[in-house]
Design a protein. Sequence first.
Length: 262
Amino acid sequence: MRWGSWAALPLAFAASCAIPVVSANTFLPAGDLRRGDLQTSLSMEVGRVLAGPTDLGERNPVPPETQRWEVLTWIASDLSLRWQALDWLTLEAQLKLTDPISPVYLAPVGGSLGFRVRLLDLGPPREGLAIELGGRFVGVGVTEDLPRSTQDGRNQLDRWTYRALGAELPVVVTYRVAQPLAFTFSPFLRAYWIRAWHDTFAQDGSEQTTTLQWTPVLSAGFGAAAALDFGPLQVSPGCAIELATRAGPMPLRSSSSSRDSR
């Protein structure tokens, strides 16, 4: 059994996406693991984690305090395990963590299960070209609370809730120049379904909900990374470019209610 660690800092640029960032396991080098090997990895990514408040397409202006939840104000972390079950098959499990820059905290928001099928293995000196086809099923859910004061001076709680289910299909192409150095290139496709809703709880006990029903989001992109091996530790900085459809604005359903606050 071999243990390895991997850290990455991929910067994800999204055109107009509202989906979880690319799973960092996409950029781990192909062909490195042998049968029975177990690899752990910890990654950090800057990118868009889920739809922001403005993606719900609400008619009312979105409070400026929500800016910290918009596109480039999120850091995503993944804690992953990879097990080489067969010479040609790798199994993956991943815990997804989010860390908004303000406030800073780590919280589990979902996970993924996946696999890789090895199409081309490295040559006998463990150098050269390796290709793997991956598949991954992902689920993510986030809730964001914002206590604030309205223009008329009353207190109000805004709660945005997001759910995403989807699948990723990356092709991982790695060229290992030598044992300490490898370059990885990965085109990928993803399909997600996202549901989001916004609840407001007013001081007088009234409630209002705006809902974005399950909406498909499709994306395609390309990533590249360089892996440097330092004995049992592997460091792999990289970046990804992704183009995606947008979850909102879409037809919304609003409802309101009130309750006795005494």
